[in-house]
Design a protein around this ligand. Structure first.
Ligand SMILES: Nc1nc2c(ncn2[C@@H]2O[C@H](COP(=O)(O)OP(=O)(O)OP(=O)(O)O)[C@@H](O)[C@H]2O)c(=O)[nH]1
Length: 255
């Protein structure tokens, strides 16, 4: 795999770096429950934008570097630009409560491959409430999938309600799991009070192009200083499965 080349021509939608614009890359977080397609969405962004933007990827897993290995093997980016943080504890702690490991990994990546346009940071597969700290990312995408059920978008929570973009993923599976995508998107739009919602499938190129445009828009707003990072809000109490716990797990909250 060749080095991700610098774009020959700057994308028209994104203003080039200027002395006034932020010097560092846009840091874009990707969160959402286990298996909703976070790594696959990163692979889509790398395929769609890898020729025009200089990208880097950081993944988070508890004890493995599985997501980073998946992305390297997908051949979507120079493997050196895909790095893993092993959190050793709940991944949402590493993206929200103590962002040190991720910040160091991101800064190392930005220094080693300077200048980068965007660093994509994937949270470990987690629960419905995980969101990134604005101390770590400038903007965040929360990923749900239709196979999790059409009701999930209505349940709300900080990521669903207030992430910069909510993706309803794997829409190609909707007929097989009895989910009405239009209804699910409408519920999500209502829960988000008009914030952006995107129905996505890797099988549907139009939806991938819409994702591409959204990333370019946020990058343009970041460069022009118009984008202000928002905190989706504190994490709700959530359940941690634990085989050694007498009740099979415990409810846990972050201060
Ligand atoms: N049908 C369909 N399957 C998809 C799509 N996107 C991802 N998948 C599949 O969904 C499964 C989970 O995808 P991942 O990208 O590994 O999900 P993840 O959220 O990164 O998973 P964790 O890191 O384990 O939480 C894989 O089998 C993917 O091939 C899609 O658009 N359509």
């Amino acid at each position: 795999m060749p080095e991700n080349p610098a774009p020959a021509v700057a994308p028209t939608a994104v203003p080039p770096e200027s002395p006034e614009s932020p010097r560092r890359a846009l840091r874009l977080g990707i969160a959402g429950p286990v298996g909703t397609g976070k790594s696959s969405l990163i692979a889509l962004i790398c395929r769609a934008l890898g020729d025009e933007l200089r990208l880097g990827v950081i993944t988070n897993d508890i004890y493995t570097d599985e997501d980073a290995r998946f992305l390297r093997s997908a051949g979507v980016l120079d493997p050196a630009r895909i790095r893993a943080v092993e959190t050793g504890a709940c991944p949402h702690t590493a993206i929200r409560d103590d962002v040190t490991a991720n910040l160091l990994a991101t800064e190392d990546m930005e220094r080693d491959f300077a200048p980068l346009d965007t660093v994509l940071i994937e949270s470990g597969g987690d629960n419905l409430t995980a969101t990134f700290s604005p101390a770590l990312v400038d903007a965040q995408i929360f990923v749900l999938d239709v196979a999790g059920g059409g009701d999930v978008a209505r349940k709300g929570g900080p990521g669903i309600g207030r992430a910069d973009l909510l993706v309803v993923n794997k829409t190609d599976l909707a007929p097989y799991v009895g989910v009405d995508v239009e209804r699910m998107v409408a519920d999500a739009e209502e829960a988000r009070e008009g914030r952006a919602v995107l129905a996505l499938s890797r099988e549907d190129d139009q939806s991938v192009q819409a994702l591409r445009r959204w990333v370019l828009q946020v990058l343009a707003a970041h460069r022009s200083g118009e984008h202000i990072p928002q905190d989706p809000g504190p994490m709700a109490p959530h359940f941690h499965a634990d085989e050694e716990h007498p009740e099979g797990g415990y409810v846990h909250a972050h201060a």
